[in-house]
Design a protein around this ligand. Structure first.
Ligand SMILES: *[C@@H]1O[C@H](CO)[C@@H](O)[C@H](O)[C@H]1NC(C)=O
Ligand SMILES: *[C@@H]1O[C@H](CO)[C@@H](O)[C@H](O)[C@H]1NC(C)=O
Ligand SMILES: *[C@@H]1O[C@H](CO)[C@@H](O)[C@H](O)[C@H]1NC(C)=O
Length: 844
């Protein structure tokens, strides 16, 4: 304990000395540092690593095979000793504070006459994640002979177990371990996905492995220079063309962190922001090239990319804007750091998720913008690239913990049993297993990942395994081709791939209706002339696979006039293709703003809302167990040729709580701006989360602006917050869509506003059920109808028929004249469609 105290004091002194801002150092709650095999504690970079005997109580085995070497060309003493495991063994760490933790592993094959550590072949797992599989220093250590691995694991229970499992009767070893709490670095931003364009909200469920962390334009930073003990390498060796870039730096003390607290020294130390690469020979006329960094990556994995920027070049604000590319795709168009930070030398960062592209190269480029009249420059200060765990929870190969560690399955039931427990048609399950099989086979098979010897056969039991999320579902699958006979399933018609190609004119891009998280949606036409929408999943996208499975499972159970119906599917050639009825009028959103479509009348809008509410009401109450949509938004409400609204996109749906539960516990998914704050806080999903999102939809329909629009003044960014402010003051009429001005019956508006307000109640229990929402909307519709019928003048509210109310009495109608809404509400709706996804809804 005294040692800890000293450490804290040391770090505090160091910080007080080095960091200009007066910030308290971060003190990790959990802080396990172990120098395995060491006979006494080892101090590295001012941190004390416990000796082997001090940490032996954490171990599952009492057998101690410790190896030591006197000297070696390794960067730290931690590598000089190791502990060897001849059979599967675990360290269990008590976790006092749930959340992200560093798990850092140090490997060096200490020479030993009996145990050949160099050829040791083993796997390392936590309860949920595979960190290393069939790992051997012989194969994996690149140039150097030692290896440092760093993982960022979200621990959601009170302990974390690290298991070392020798493979093929080999041995396992480890030289040093760190398990250390990390402050929240990941949740304040929602990473943007570039292909297909979208936002990535599943990060809490993902384990990350640091692949590259660069102090761009600067020297290597050691754990001493970083309050979270990170190492930042120099970027020099990753630059594609050295002469394209030149490094610049300012004193670290001159770096500002925004006073809003959105970026702190924990995100990256000021040393990172104080150096950058800029365009070589910048400010010379005719500058037109990119600076590119290239990285080798595992083609089968997705990567989290964080870029750090800080304008340390400009003399004044707004001197230059530039473009940022990832894998040659535009990541940020015309990045204007001045507008992000409002002052120079201020830290800023942004996050992306790069889906596995099948390429073993990932590139990041920056280049001047064509908009830029004067400066012609571009900068990058820091770059982090982290590998993301796949669907199987693995960071190394396609196998889940269950598939590698016999008996580990006890923990896997916690992971995600919700979907699997409600499997409907057996045929669907086989299809899903087949789909997964396809997914696994699609990438070139790596000899390194031979199938594990032991695999459970979960299809027999059926209800304790999360469907599709475990690789083990493939275990007894053999052969390829089609897995479903449509005759025995209710999945609709089976299409061959040739038929689909024909229907979509070989996926003609001019027939593209949209691009979503799952893949692309094309318009198509069947032989008989029926128009269809063809959704083609990206077979490499693991996220997509789960959503494909969920969607088929959900849709095969559901038929309703207000739900988009499935016509059939195709899963030939490992394709995941769904064929839906064609919705001629597209998403509701494009009828509200951001396009040139004619504006909908108030009556039409009410009809659309009522239709969508019916669809959701059916989802919540109609099916045997109740289904929560989880992604209710104006782009998921589609309109057919008669403007009948149908709810679409069940990719994120979950079946509702069973009778003995009150909620489904799940990681936060969905779209920002629509997310139920209670769900966000407690990760507990109920039907009332859909009700909240629907409340946001109602406001969008009324005000014709996006749920989130970051270009607006702060108090207007979030529609729910902004509109409720007016609603509570009885001034909702001030902010309605200008196209509606003067056409809404005040009683109808009042009812509508009250309904939205109830939907947006902070607590789920205070929100009405979807059935009540539906009823209230119908009432609002009738108020409008009656008013119009009785008085074509539309502003009069006389003679409204008495309609019985279920739980609210109508109040005297407000007959004030409805003002025209401000056109500002529509400002920049299209750009915000992209950028709204980057905004943090909790920052306000
Ligand atoms: C900056 O650039 C110079 C010249 O290209 C190079 O010698 C130096 O090592 C670079 N410094 C850093 C910190 O990368
Ligand atoms: C890293 O920290 C040390 C003090 O521990 C300091 O002397 C050094 O300048 C720092 N490195 C950089 C690149 O600023
Ligand atoms: C920079 O790279 C992007 C993506 O590859 C490319 O579209 C653009 O033309 C490049 N800019 C220049 C000036 O070469």
């Amino acid at each position: 304990m005294a040692r800890m105290g000293n450490l804290v004091i040391l770090v505090l002194c160091l910080l007080g000395f080095l960091v200009a801002q007066n910030r308290a150092a971060y003190t990790p709650v959990d802080n396990y540092l172990i120098d395995c095999g060491a006979s006494q504690k080892t101090t590295v970079d001012g941190r004390d690593f416990q000796s082997d005997s001090q940490s032996s109580s954490l171990l599952s085995t009492s057998q101690a095979i410790l190896v030591t070497t006197a000297s070696a060309s390794v960067p730290s003493d931690l590598y000089l000793t190791a502990r060897v495991f001849v059979k599967q063994s675990s360290y269990t760490f008590n976790i006092q504070q749930e959340g992200r933790h560093w798990v850092r592993l140090y490997f060096y094959p200490v020479p030993h006459p009996v145990y050949d550590l160099k050829s040791a072949l083993f796997s390392v797992t936590t309860e949920k994640f595979v960190l290393l599989h069939n790992f051997s220093m012989k194969v994996d250590a690149t140039a150097s002979t030692y290896l440092f691995k760093e993982y960022l694991i979200n621990v959601t229970s009170d302990s974390l177990t690290l298991t070392f499992a020798p493979m093929n009767s080999s041995i396992a070893f480890i030289n040093a371990i760190e398990v250390v709490s990390v402050p929240d670095l990941l949740t304040s931003n929602v990473p943007m996905v570039l292909s297909p364009l979208g936002s990535f909200t599943g990060l809490p469920e993902i384990a990350l492995e640091t692949t590259y962390r660069l102090n761009v334009g600067g020297q290597k930073l050691t754990p001493k220079n970083d309050t979270l003990g990170r190492t930042w390498a120099s970027d020099q060796s990753y630059l594609s063309l050295n002469s394209s870039a030149q490094n610049i730096s300012v004193p670290a003390s001159s770096i500002n962190y925004p006073s809003s607290g959105t970026v702190t020294a924990e995100i990256a130390p000021n040393y990172v922001y104080a150096t950058a690469e800029e365009m070589g020979n910048a400010n010379v006329s005719n500058e037109n090239f990119n600076i590119t960094w290239a990285f080798s990556v595992d083609p089968d994995f997705s990567y989290f990319v964080r870029m750090h920027f800080c304008d340390i070049v400009s003399k004044a604000l707004n001197e230059f804007v530039f473009n940022v590319f990832i894998n040659s795709q535009t990541a940020i168009n015309n990045l204007d750091l001045s507008s992000k930070t409002s002052q120079l030398a201020t830290a800023y960062y942004t996050d992306f998720v790069v889906n596995g592209t099948g390429s073993s190269k990932l590139t990041v480029s920056i280049g001047p913008s064509s908009l830029d009249n004067g400066g012609s420059n571009a900068i990058l200060n820091g770059l982090e690239i982290m590998k993301m765990s796949n669907e199987a929870g693995s960071l190394d190969g396609p196998y889940s913990v269950d598939g590698i560690i016999p008996g580990a399955s006890k923990s896997s039931t916690k992971v995600g049993p919700i979907v699997g427990s409600v499997v409907g048609a057996a045929a669907a399950l086989v299809l899903l297993a087949g789909g997964y099989y396809c997914f696994l086979r699609a990438p070139k098979s790596k000899s390194k990942h031979s199938p594990p010897a032991w695999l459970p056969l979960p299809l027999h039991g059926g209800n304790s395994h999360s469907m599709g999320s475990k690789v083990s579902t493939i275990s007894h699958k053999s052969g390829t081709g089609s897995y479903v006979s449509s005759a025995q399933s209710n999945l609709g018609r089976y299409f061959t791939f040739a038929e689909i190609q024909e229907a979509t004119n070989k996926f003609d891009e001019s027939l593209l209706l949209g691009v979503g998280g799952f893949g692309k949606v094309y318009q198509g036409q069947l032989e008989d002339g029926t128009k269809v929408a063809v959704k083609r999943g990206n077979p490499r996208s693991e996220q997509g696979l789960t959503e494909f499975q969920t969607e088929i499972e959900m849709l095969s159970k559901l038929r309703h006039r207000h739900l988009v119906s499935l016509i059939g599917y195709c899963e030939e050639h490992c394709e995941m293709i769904l064929v839906y009825e064609y919705m001629a009028n597209g998403p509701l959103r494009s009828h509200l703003y951001g396009s040139n479509l004619p504006s909908l009348s108030w009556k039409q809008r009410l009809e659309v809302c009522i239709g969508a509410a019916r669809g959701l009401h059916y989802l919540h109450t109609g099916a045997a167990q109740g289904i929560i949509h989880r992604d209710v938004k104006t782009t998921n409400i589609l309109l057919d040729e008669n403007l009948v609204a149908k709810v679409a996109d069940f990719g994120l749906s979950k079946t509702g709580p069973t009778l003995d539960q009150t909620h489904v516990s799940t990681a936060v998914k969905g779209s920002f701006g629509y997310l139920d704050p209670e769900y966000f806080r407690r990760q507990q999903l109920t039907e009332k989360s859909d009700v909240y999102s629907f409340g946001v939809v109602l406001l969008e329909v009324l005000c014709a602006r996006p749920a989130l629009n970051p270009v607006l003044p702060r108090e207007q960014v979030n529609i729910a917050e902004w509109a409720m402010h007016y609603q509570k003051k009885g001034m909702l009429d001030q902010i309605i869509d200008s196209h509606l001005a003067g056409t809404i019956n005040p009683g109808s508006l009042k009812k509508f506003g009250e309904t939205a307000e109830k939907c947006l109640e902070e607590q789920g229990i205070d929100r009405p059920a979807m059935g009540d929402v539906l009823w209230n909307l119908e009432y609002a519709y009738q108020l409008q109808e009656t008013a119009m019928r009785n008085d074509p003048d539309e502003n009069s509210t006389n003679h409204i028929a008495e309609i019985p109310l279920r739980y609210t009495q109508p109040e005297p109608f407000d007959t004030s004249i409805i003002d025209r809404g401000s056109d500002d509400d529509l400002a920049d709706a299209t750009t915000s469609a992209v950028f709204s996804q980057l905004v943090n809804p909790r920052g306000r």
